[in-house]
Design a protein around this ligand. Structure first.
Ligand SMILES: [Zn+2]
Length: 85
């Protein structure tokens, strides 16, 4: 499992998610805070889930998203095979 590393756009230090708020099942507002004391910047942004790369194994998924364009699916398959450094 990989963990996405959040990087402060102001200073390049690591950031943490201070809080987040689900607006819909596929859209979440996120509030970020830089971990560097001298910087201390805060940001807001969002996370979206846009497409399905592979279907859910559930018989009746709560939500059915459009299938990602084939180029995006190919890239996701490549990324799964290539361990990130
Ligand atoms: Zn910073």
């Amino acid at each position: 499992m990989s963990v996405y590393k959040l990087v402060c756009p102001a200073c390049g230090s690591s950031m943490r998610i201070r809080s987040s708020e689900g607006q819909t099942p596929c859209f979440r507002s996120i509030y970020f805070q830089c971990n560097s004391l001298p910087c201390g910047a805060t940001f807001s942004g969002c996370m979206t889930i846009d497409y399905e790369l592979s279907p859910s194994g559930m018989e009746q998924p709560l939500l059915k998203l459009p299938l990602a364009p084939s180029l995006e699916r190919q890239k996701a398959l490549r990324d799964q095979r290539t361990p990130s450094a």
